[in-house]
Design a binder for this molecule. Sequence first.
Ligand SMILES: [Zn+2]
Ligand SMILES: [Zn+2]
Length: 389
Amino acid sequence: MDIKKEIAELNQELIDLRRDFHKHPELGFEEFRTSEIIANYLKECNLEVKNIAKTGVVGLLKGSEPGFTIMLRADIDALPVQEKNDISYKSIYEGKMHACGHDGHTAMLLVAAKVLSKHRNEIKGNIKFIFQPNEEDAGAEIMINEGVLENPKVDAALGLHLWSPIESGKIGIGNGPIMASSHYFKLTIKGKGGHGGAPHLSIDPINCGMHVMQAVQAIQTREVDALAPTIITFCKLQAGSSPIIIPEQLEVEGSIRCLHEGFEEVKQRFERIIRCTCEAHQAEYALEIKCGNILLNNDTIMAERVKVVAMEVVGPRNITQSNINVMLGEDFAEFAARVPSAFYFLGVGNKEKNTNYPHHHPFFNIDEDVLPIGVEMHIRGALEYLNRK
Ligand SMILES: [Zn+2]
Ligand SMILES: [Zn+2]
């Protein structure tokens, strides 16, 4: 099987699919159009197709002989971003855009499924192609709860993200923790309102809150090893209504991100500093913390397998370890926590083509010339796993 040639023959189809998804972006759990196109495409490839998790789709390719099952995952959702690109396939939906590359993910995995489906007779075991809705807000867990890892039981998983911080055509792969856990918090500091000119008669929640926001920043380095990346950011503050009235309370929201296993410890320190600072200021507080994403940990053996495949597809000079550890979350982590998995990046950053904007930016776009590389990575990744095991 001449993989490169077969992919090249489908190059126009690959680009057309991607541009069509780009033009019609749908937000998490609203990917009805996208999901229908995916399901029809997979049916035409003679795969067993199932809808799952509202707008998710699973296609199962059974090889000619029994064996292990590998899962390949693409996420299909868009973002609430107004596109500013001036391109023929610009989003036609107001305020919605594929600003993370998931349009490319969907197209690449569909074409990979088509190529692999023609070689059913050479495949031992099964390949599960999963098209996940709502990556930007926890769609993976729902797919798992609805049984995506069962029937047949998934033995390993691979996920690929197009990545603008990496130069076009390079593959970024690493072992261990690669994308951070993220937890969102809401902190309410309760004081006692009063006159701005007589603060000694009130309990000023804003003054207390400022001390809290400063103090918790010392957790990284002073309480957690500087080599265990930890970020605490405050992104929303709400208090007061007038320049002469001390408000009753201050509400702040933000996130805690850890690229290490020690979130519970960070959380305890965070709470302790809030408790003690509030006590010092005679204020009371309420704290809610919820999990956004768990830590994405790559399995060492699976990551090695991706490296072997990448050597073949792009060559050793185009494999990079830079820009692959990020403090952003990725819900592929839910699969990686349950089966040996690797998540890797394919660079789309090219200054000349204006494809080096950050993800989620209104000018975000991808270098389409790398899409065939992603297709080949999917195909060889699956074959390498099934043949070697
Ligand atoms: Zn994103
Ligand atoms: Zn993404």
